[in-house]
Write a protein that binds this ligand. Structure first.
Ligand code: HEC
Length: 104
């Protein structure tokens, strides 16, 4: 039964995708694309990292940033941004702060 439902689901989405109406409206950009094109503000990111959005789970991690290079902490920061449910703009701000303050 589950398989049948999945098949119907796939068929429906194929039909929707092929209908002339759907092809006229461009697909909305996916969130990850938006995040990379947004310009972050390091100052705002600095406020974010010490705000309750991040400190509700652990202490202020501002000190962590200069301990690692940007690349070393990029993944972790994206994971934390998700945990904190940051918006794309807030994530860009956080990353700008990390970029500006990470170990060189
Ligand atoms: C939902 C809870 C939660 C939120 C919200 C959260 N974190 Fe975390 N964070 C954790 C947990 C749990 C760990 C430790 C385990 C791990 O490393 O995944 C951690 C670890 C970290 C570390 C590594 C700590 C170290 O000393 O090695 C950093 C840096 C960090 N968080 C930054 C942030 C920032 C910045 C934010 C806000 C954008 C944030 N976190 C939001 C749960 C959270």
């Amino acid at each position: 039964m589950k398989k049948v439902l999945i098949a119907v689901g796939i068929l429906t989405s194929v039909m929707v995708a092929c209908s002339p109406k759907a092809s006229k409206t461009p697909a909305p950009p996916i969130a990850t694309e938006a995040a990379t094109t947004l310009v972050g503000t390091a100052n705002t990111g600095g406020l974010l990292i010490s705000s309750a959005k991040c400190t509700k789970c652990h202490g202020n991690k501002t000190d962590h940033v200069p301990k690692q290079t940007f690349t070393e902490q990029e993944k972790l920061m994206h994971a934390m941004a998700k945990k904190a449910k940051l918006s794309d703009q807030e994530t860009a701000d956080l990353m700008a702060y990390v970029m500006a303050n990470a170990k060189k």
